[in-house]
Design a protein around this ligand. Sequence first.
Ligand SMILES: Cc1cc2nc3c(=O)[nH]c(=O)nc-3n(C[C@H](O)[C@H](O)[C@H](O)COP(=O)(O)OP(=O)(O)OC[C@H]3O[C@@H](n4cnc5c(N)ncnc54)[C@H](O)[C@@H]3O)c2cc1C
Length: 324
Amino acid sequence: MSVLIYIELDNGSIKKTSLETVAYGAKVAELTSTTAVVLALGSAESTELEKAGHYGAAKVLHAADGKLDHENNLAYADALVQAAQLEGSKIIILPKSGLGDAVAARAAAKLKAGIVSGVTALPDTSSTFKVTRSIFTGKAFAVTEITSDIKVLVVRKNAVEIDESSLISTSATIEPFNPSLRDSDFQATVVSVEKADSELSLTEAEIIVSGGRGMKGPEHWQPLVDLAKALGAATGCSKPVSDLDWRPHHEHIGQTGIKVAPNLYIACGISGAIQHLAGVNGSKCIVVINKDPEAPFFKAADYGIVGDVFEVLPKLTAAAKSLK
Ligand SMILES: Cc1cc2nc3c(=O)[nH]c(=O)nc-3n(C[C@H](O)[C@H](O)[C@H](O)COP(=O)(O)OP(=O)(O)OC[C@H]3O[C@@H](n4cnc5c(N)ncnc54)[C@H](O)[C@@H]3O)c2cc1C
């Protein structure tokens, strides 16, 4: 009876958000006095999957069937259910993402499990099994009790603190796993994936530098891009900026865009409307640069710089470069 953790791979590499999910699952296993087992679906090198051990997993069940290389929530849910049955798992943990939510919902229905999505902290197992989840696009938290025998948790980024320096040196053992896959799961399959560009993914980025209408226009974006480059950060923007075509739509962050949870979010010339905050309030540290000291974003900021972005950004870039 183990805690089963489903992870997502990107071209054979474990996504960073999934490594966090492994760390979360390992802590849950510790709390419930059992072991943490990871399920990896699709092609990946053993040396990559062994990394799950550094985050606390004892074993990785690896279904290496090439049919699982492309995202397929039907097949993934089938494989997850079979892995849970094989392991006798009562707690199943997935990272929060479009795919993670879809797989979790299907697997929970098949296992007649209670499911909570958007989990932000470790469960309280002191008497019953309670989890805290984020609601109202991150503006409030709800404590939810799960009473079913099997429990499925879909975990948000930053739900546990990972100290990279204290990772375990032990590698996870890799065990081949051959779920029986139904042809009907593959009636619609992804044939190929072409990424828009080679930029860092916003959902995986540890640092994001984001710009709003205060950046004045697309021709003025270079200082922001320079800071992002110096910090190894992804770039994002507010909704009006993408609506105006100053920046591509995939950079739009907020309630109606991408929800991000980096370690550091630097907002440049963004006012901090609630719809924007709804997409960034999972960030560990928020730095706001705005020339208006009354800008609402300052209330949500860990650090604030009152100033003109075009003066502040080059100074931050120079400081970041000198630190390197
Ligand atoms: C249903 C709905 C959904 C929405 N969804 C989203 C969403 O997902 N994401 C989103 O971002 N918005 C969303 N919005 C829009 C949101 O309400 C705000 O209008 C938007 O976030 C404002 O964008 P902004 O901060 O870039 O622009 P502004 O509100 O115009 O703010 C610009 C800021 O830049 C500052 N500034 C100006 N010049 C400088 C300078 N030189 N140096 C420093 N600071 C400067 C100003 O003081 C100001 O605070 C949504 C709105 C609705 C109604």
